[in-house]
Design a protein around this ligand. Structure first.
Ligand code: GLC
Length: 544
């Protein structure tokens, strides 16, 4: 089925309030030149697919010059494209085509740290202790008689100490890999540089930014100890992400940075926006990142982390909606991304996980606000759990044994043999291997097949785009009483009511009185005047 998207770009400055954004993990989306790595030209060639899928915008993970120690989140030049992904001219061609199809482009901005290959860090290493060059990063003397101990007990999110000692005896901070030194955001040159980077990409026409580690740029004065880490108590500091306070995350001063960025975004036409990848202790603190003078959105990772239970979903949805109402910003739903195990697998894997994932999608897409999809979820891709260790590239793997490679396997497009059309015809290369089971999950294998996950997404996205009760200005969520374990809510526009029902009760549920079904994650069976909703299924009903 082909969706009729409005084209060209609408002039609505508030487009992001109800947009569906598709995350492209550039390395793994489409490879135009057969080197086994996805690239910008590959994205350009697949824009018609994304247009037909029915999304409003793309978020591209970093494609900038990078040694690729952390998949490009280690940037050596913020104003250029890595040759692995193409050229600036490829970027310009891609964004021009995207806009012509009505698709907006959001790029990733990585301000917390640079690559250790960045000229600033190289200059800092060369210049020596106390130099102006070192002041742009967080260098410090160690503790102990000879400075042989790190300056404090901070731990890298990827495991191990957050400090590395260099030859002259000083230590530098890296909250992620040692190849990702943290910048000193109290330094005016750092602030000026990133304002310039924002303008560079805004001038090239980007519609928004996804801000990487948006909660991380400011560290508590004096760099105080956390008080525990995996070396002392066995508890990793990273376990506090989203749950507790850490002296290196979510400091109040970070908001000054966003208050400086917002006027820059607002000075460009067309509703340029920014979405925070932020982790904060409470939903209330997370909400501080969004609003008219800071960023436009912050991912609701509590929704992503919700377990498969009606109570769990109900709680995080209610909290997120309440917070968004207070700050006047839309909620930002997400079920999967390049850092998290794919939700098919999180919900139980296999047929059960897929059923639940499909139902969760109908739940997410019926909620008010913006929804982010991660490439391949529209195909129902599971996490690849059995990648050989020697192929894994996540820098966290060596330190923690945990790896995010399983959600980064290249997308299967077509054909009988891996990598299933990821590259040009006949190309056998792909930087991570796709499992044999993905032949049946390719875009070609699912296109036009009734009941396939791809067709479910196409249908749901078309309805979401066209249905007045799912529009940005439609009614808010009204919860309905539908029995234990059954989530049901409606949204209203004029006389039309759309009701979303998700059956998490463990038994088939009779659904009656909500009108005619217009989308369902599993086939519905008629029962009297109502419908039987299978276990782990969701459906949308319409009544007017
Ligand atoms: C963010 C990115 C992740 C990256 C990290 C360090 O969490 O999503 O992929 O490893 O930041 O930049």
């Amino acid at each position: 089925m082909t969706v009729s998207n409005p084209s060209p770009l609408t002039s609505d400055d508030d487009w992001w309030r109800s947009a569906v954004v598709y995350q492209v993990y550039v390395r793994s989306f489409a490879d135009s030149n057969g080197d086994g790595v996805g690239d910008l030209q590959g994205i350009r060639e697949r824009l018609p697919y994304l247009h037909d899928l029915g999304v409003d915008a793309l978020w591209l993970t970093p494609f900038y010059t990078s040694p690729m120690i952390d998949g490009g989140y280690d940037v050596a030049d913020y104003r250029d494209v890595d040759p692995m992904f193409g050229t600036l001219a490829d970027f310009d061609a891609m964004i021009t085509d995207a806009h012509a199809l009505g698709l907006r482009i959001i790029v990733d901005l990585v301000p917390n740290h640079t690559s250790s290959a960045h000229p600033w860090f190289q200059a800092a290493l060369a210049a020596g202790p106390g130099s102006a060059e070192r002041a742009r990063y967080l260098f410090a003397e160690g503790k102990g008689a000879n400075g042989e101990l790190p300056p404090n007990d901070w731990e890298s999110i990827f495991g191990g100490p957050a400090w590395t000692r260099i030859d002259d005896g000083q230590w530098y901070l890296h909250l992620f890999d040692p190849a990702q030194p943290d910048l000193n955001w109290r330094h005016p040159e750092v602030r000026a540089e990133f304002e310039g980077v924002l303008r560079f990409w805004l001038d090239r026409g980007v519609d928004g930014f996804r801000i990487d580690v948006a909660h991380g740029m400011i560290k508590a004065e004096g760099l105080p100890d956390v008080g525990f880490n995996s070396m002392t108590t066995g508890q990793r500091q990273a376990e506090l992400l989203g749950k507790g306070r850490l002296p290196y995350f979510d400091q109040d001063e970070v908001h000054d940075i966003y208050r400086a960025w917002r006027p820059i975004l607002d000075s460009y036409p067309g509703g340029r926006m920014a979405v925070a990848e932020a982790w904060a202790e409470t939903p209330q603190r997370l909400a501080r990142y969004i609003g008219p003078d800071e960023l436009h959105q912050a991912f609701s990772f509590d929704f992503l982390d919700a377990t498969w239970s009606a109570d769990s979903f109900r709680k995080v949805i209610d909290t997120a909606l309440a917070e968004s109402t207070i700050v006047g910003a839309p909620t930002t739903w997400v079920l999967s991304n390049h850092d998290k195990q794919r939700h098919v697998t999180r919900y139980g894997d296999g047929a059960e996980g897929l059923r639940r994932a499909r139902a969760a999608t109908l739940l997410m897409l019926a909620l008010p606000g913006c929804a982010y999809l991660y490439q391949g979820e529209e195909l129902g891709l599971p996490e690849v759990l059995d990648l050989p260790d020697e192929l894994r590239q996540d820098p966290a793997f060596l330190r923690t044994g945990e790896s995010r490679d399983g959600c980064r396997v290249p997308i299967p497009w077509s054909g009988e043999l891996a990598p299933y059309g990821f590259g040009p015809a006949g190309s056998e290369l792909s930087w991570l291997p796709a499992p044999a089971t993905w032949r049946a999950l390719s875009v070609a294998a699912q296109s036009g097949v009734p009941g396939s996950t791809l067709e479910l997404y196409r249908t749901a996205l078309r309805i979401r785009r066209e249905h007045p009760a799912l529009a940005a200005d439609a009614g808010e969520v009204t919860w309905l009483e539908a029995g234990p374990g059954v989530l049901a809510f409606s949204r209203t526009a004029g006389d039309t009511v759309l009701t979303c029902v998700v059956n998490i009760s463990g038994a088939p549920a009779l659904v009656d009185g909500y009108g005619a079904p217009i989308a369902a994650s599993e086939p519905l069976t008629g029962q009297g005047s109502g419908h039987l909703l299978r276990v782990d299924a969701a459906a949308w009903f319409e009544r007017s």
